[in-house]
Design a protein. Sequence first.
Length: 143
Amino acid sequence: MKKRAILWVLIGLVVVGLLIQLIPLPGRGNNPPVTSEPNWDSPQTRLLAKRACFDCHSNETVWPWYSYVAPVSWLVYNDTMQGRSRMNFSKWTSRPQPGVGEIGGIIQEGEMPPAVYLPMHPAAQLTVAEKQQLITGLNNSLH
């Protein structure tokens, strides 16, 4: 009897797992157009920002395969939308965006990119020298 109950629980979990795939996320996998970028101080600063920041802080997000599989897709989508709302390098204006003054400290302290992001995005892992170069470049470009 126990085996039969376990089988029904597993079947139920599979059905629920399949059904949650049908829940749509508006805009998932789509990137709005890039309207403007900061006046980068160098191509290297932009390259480092693209490696470490653009997936969540631009309209040039790379949506990996797992970003289409619920419930992970919900987390990826939510993190991306929150990141874009806090700072978006693809919708840059001449007025400072929120958080610009804190960006160097956030990167220096290792808060960005978040540790949970790095295992699936090893290119975003910056060396100490690259972090300092990014901080200096962002300070020169964004202020």
